[in-house]
Design a protein around this ligand. Sequence first.
Ligand code: SAM
Length: 707
Amino acid sequence: MIDGYRIWATLERFVNHSCKPNCEIQKWNVNGVYRMAVVLRDIESGEELCYDYNFHSYNMNSQQDCMCGSENCRGVIGGRTQRSNGHVKEKVTPLRPVGRPPKDKRKSNNKLKKFREKQKQAQETIAATFPVIKPISNKERTMARKYSIFLVRNLDKVRQLRTRGPMTECDKEESEEVVKSTACKKRDVFITQLTALKTSRSVKTRRLALAEENSELNQTARLAQILHQILKNLVASKGEDGKELASFLTLPSKKKHPEYYTVIEKPIDFHVIEKHISQGKYTDLKEFDTDINLLFKNAERYCGKTSWVGNLIIKLRQVYIGSKTEVLPLLEDVLGETVQSLVSEADSYDFQDEKDEEDEEEVIRCVCGIFRDEGLMIQCEKCFIWQHCDCMKVKGDVENYLCELCNPRPVSKEIIADPQPEDGTPGWTYYMTLMRDELQVRVGDCVYVLRDVPMSKDISVDSMKTSYKLVQEIGHDKLEIFRIERLWKDGNQNKFAFGHNFYHPHETFHEPSRKFFPNEVFRMPLYEMIPLETIIGSCCVMDLNTYCKGRPKVMRDQDIFVCEYRLDKTAHLFYKISKHPYAINTKSYCFDKFPQRLNPKRTYSPHEVPEAYKTKIRPEKQILDSSSALRKKKRLSLKGKAKDPKVLQQEEEQYQKMEAKKVKEKKNRLDRIMLKMLSTVHTKQRIDLSYLLDCKRQSKKPHTLDV
Ligand SMILES: C[S@@+](CC[C@H](N)C(=O)[O-])C[C@H]1O[C@@H](n2cnc3c(N)ncnc32)[C@H](O)[C@@H]1O
């Protein structure tokens, strides 16, 4: 550990940065564990060791000044390859290790070379086949990515090039007009709404108006475009006979089929949904989802699940899920992070649940405690539960097999992994489960791990330093969450686990505006090896979909965490986890499903805004309010001593003057502090904090302080 940010690090943490270093940091893979090595050049006696941090600078405006004193000092620590204030820093040749470059470097260099060659070849082929299309500008590219315009436009172009040769001017105008007219059609409704809203908002500031336009209307309009696309896919999907599947799903005439309207409480069809989209009714995917599912359910209810319409609905559902997944990146762009769960909602509930019900009777209960249907399984003749043959040390062909409860016998709860990992260390035995006293820990489990317990002087036994036996003195908030990926006993029968950590939100680097679930954690790619002694207890980290469905039995609520993202090594960047390893069994014998799926919302925790700041009372007013309360108190205490009303009025006026003077003094002091702060900020990079004064502006004349 060379980063002392989270836990106590090793000696290497004291190595300072230099722009002209005499060491470098290399990453080595030692038995599957990453190690950082400080590799030295020839060092003079007494020479200070230093290496080039080359940090990725998180905040380009507040980089740390470098004091290495070397000739080519870059002035700041790190950011060698980054742009700083618009300039690329001078490139410094890094110190190269002697001999062959590390394996991964060689590989990536080769890959890059191959990729460039392939790219060149592809470009040559394209140039030979088609006339060259003028490359699009950066601005166009950004817009094209955002709205997928590029794809449509170029697809048309390429198609035309293939069929009829180059596009004529006339063709161009035609295709542009089609794109323009559809875009206009979609936008018109919202522009009308926008104008209506603008007129009713004339009292508000322009900035506020802009913000509202961006966050609400713009979002709805962009969402509408995507929903149109999904609906278009649904309506256009065809069955085996070539007929459009959706053509059977239009609402019947009320006169001809009045019975339909007595059976179906909320009739809906694709035309209604399209109308809702065009009117901007859908502000999130959930509302749209509800309507589409209602349409499917109505059809199933009226015609029956097993009818030909029922079969048609199954196909349409698949098209629907496929279309949603296709536009997922666009949806994420418009709606934010929680889209994945919404997209997977329909499939998870409608299909998975049915499947679960079918398999419900097949109960797995094995000594390993793992509820996974894997390897050869055997069923108890008496209680009908299934067990893993490997765990029970039986072969699949045993007749009249009875589990350890129906036929009581001693069984080991430490299950050896079969086969042993190929890259395992010779002399070590790898396990699927191991016992830490009474606690059974399994590969795939999440556990609380105790780390670096400050040792009190009277504890003389060294092994107690990080033992679970000290947990009562530590408190659960000091524990780390750890996913076990390997378990083994070394040659001396010491037990170890290998796996990775999860970070809590406060341990990550994130924008202040990022929201979190209260029990959200993030998967870290830092792997480590821990003695089993350091494991305190079990917990459970779930993917969002399963988290919304229910809870594993025998797991306390406070030990449940939800994880949707993994972090990079620096804990700076968040990546969505597409496939979660170690899926949780959601069958009823080991999982309690909620009657209704949860819909958790992310909040600003752990950056909760103190209550006092949430109220709209301005600090000034608060001071005045509290002082008037004091005065009232005073007056009450003087009750009984009659005073001349004139004297009272004079006193009141005097008091008000004093208060006003105090407020003025405070204001002056604040101005002085702000001006002082301002003088420390680099002139070119001033930060505009004027928005902080917005609430003042609404009631008073504009503030002129340029912060
Ligand atoms: C890993 S620590 C190095 C050890 C640190 N000097 C100490 O005594 O604990 C990194 C910190 O040391 C300081 N530092 C290291 N190299 C520096 C340099 N060239 N110029 C200025 N500060 C430096 C910075 O404060 C930096 O955040």
